[in-house]
Design a protein around this ligand. Structure first.
Ligand SMILES: [Fe+2]
Length: 135
């Protein structure tokens, strides 16, 4: 599966959040590589755990900014973040239980979730935060 290549079009205009998004993309790419090489479920579940920890840290930061600046779409963002975390826990448990054949669906989900979330939902706060002076 093709990796995600970060480009300027992914920039949400806030340095800290861009840096975190890049880091998350790196973790997804690591997982995509595992898919190609049919890695064992143990390494996949370990990486998913790492991803969940990192994503949680990122969501907290993003949500904190939203609360601090009174971003109107905070509830929707929070909901999407929660759904994502729940889904990753499911995939992680699945990888641990089934041991083999990590579903290709998981890789597709990870890749499209982040691409869509960053390009659609997160992009909506770009102008908002910038006008508030957050960069
Ligand atoms: Fe977000």
């Amino acid at each position: 599966m093709e990796k995600i290549l970060w480009d300027e079009g992914f920039s949400v205009g806030v340095q800290v959040l861009d840096a975190q998004h890049k880091q998350i993309i790196t973790i997804i790419n690591t997982l995509l590589e595992m898919n190609d090489t049919q890695s064992g479920s143990e390494i996949v579940s370990e990486t998913l755990t790492k991803m969940n920890q990192y994503a949680a840290e990122h969501f907290n930061k993003e949500e904190q900014y939203m609360l601090d600046y009174g971003y109107p779409e905070y509830p929707l963002q929070k909901k999407q973040h929660q759904e994502f975390k729940r889904k990753i826990v499911d995939f992680c448990m699945g990888a641990m239980v089934h041991k083999t054949n990590v579903p290709g669906e998981m890789f597709t989900y990870l890749k499209s979730w982040w691409t869509n979330h960053i390009l659609q939902e997160d992009m909506k706060y770009k102008k908002f935060f910038n006008e508030k002076g957050l960069k």
